[in-house]
Design a protein around this ligand. Sequence first.
Ligand code: NDP
Length: 342
Amino acid sequence: KTVFVSGASGFIAKHLIKSLLSSRNYKVIGSIRTKEKAEKLHLLFKNDPNLIFSVVSDISNPNAFDESFQKHGVQIDYVLHTASPLFFTVKESCEKEILVPAVNGVKSILHAIQLYGPNVKKIVLTSSSAALAQAKDDATPGLTINEASWNAITWEEAKKNPYYAYYGSKTYGEKYFWEFINKHKSRFAGTAICPSYVWGPQTFEQDIKSTLNSSCQVINEVLHTKPGSIVDNDYCGSCIHIDDVVKAHIKCLEDDNLAYERLFLENGRFTLQSIANQINEDFPNLKGRIAKYIQGIDEEKFKTMATLDNRKTRELLGFQFKSFKECIDDTVSQILKVEGGL
Ligand code: NDP
């Protein structure tokens, strides 16, 4: 079977590609912004003959995926759409740089599938917990966030800053996805995967740079705090290990029971203090060299937050998620190994 993976250069996509190829059940066509990036990735994937790339330079373009699907569409059985802006530095316009590419990315890949993908059976959208709730919902004790929750952010609000824009981009992208899937139910099965912060190692050690992909950068920054400093305990979220995100995506291709579901992937809350504490505990040689260990204040913070309930997702997936400790340890050990600190 052949899987089209959009955004092949991304943190999650590279893991997906590695796993698809190593299972030996799949061929992969990855969309990527430039030829140069494709060449670099070919090297990292050791020129695997089951992997090819197709250049899609900007998903803001309403017909971004047409050419790629005109060329390869007939071969494609499954689509994993991961490409979407996940950064918070905007030059001029949140709408132009975050909202439009995310939503047009979803629209253009679905239209290309419809026109040029006669054999596509399943489409999986990498959405986000950002499509379930926004920061103010998450900070509402008594509120439960689950697979049925929707972020109520308006397009106007989403234009205000890059964080709101990210929330809006995932919400409006996923809304369009369901509109399309519901309209074309007889032709395509669809699943939306909504992870919270995705952590864990990079696919390749070469991907360890001073700044990592947005989610792993959160851990990287705590790891590089000044000795004895204090981190922001108000920075709060929930997390999931990259291995579980990969397993969930691939299970969507293989298990018909996951069709038309929204999967909420998270396995526990954290604040930056939880990260600092876990690093202090698990990497004793860093004690005194990074931010302080402070017990319990993260748990106090969690009490002021909404309840996260993903029992439905856990039941549907049927496997145990990796722990917060594994998320931190796996991310940190790889960084330290590459930086020569372990
Ligand atoms: P990355 O930033 O590592 O990957 C994003 C990918 O999208 C890159 O390949 C990037 O290409 C591509 N992309 C972004 N903007 C454009 C554009 N305008 N045109 C073409 N391609 C574009 O992020 P992740 O791998 O972490 O995220 C992948 C998906 O998972 C996203 O949809 C994200 O919203 C979702 N997600 C991620 C979470 C996380 O914690 N990591 C949590 C929840 C959801 P390039 O690098 O060349 O710019």
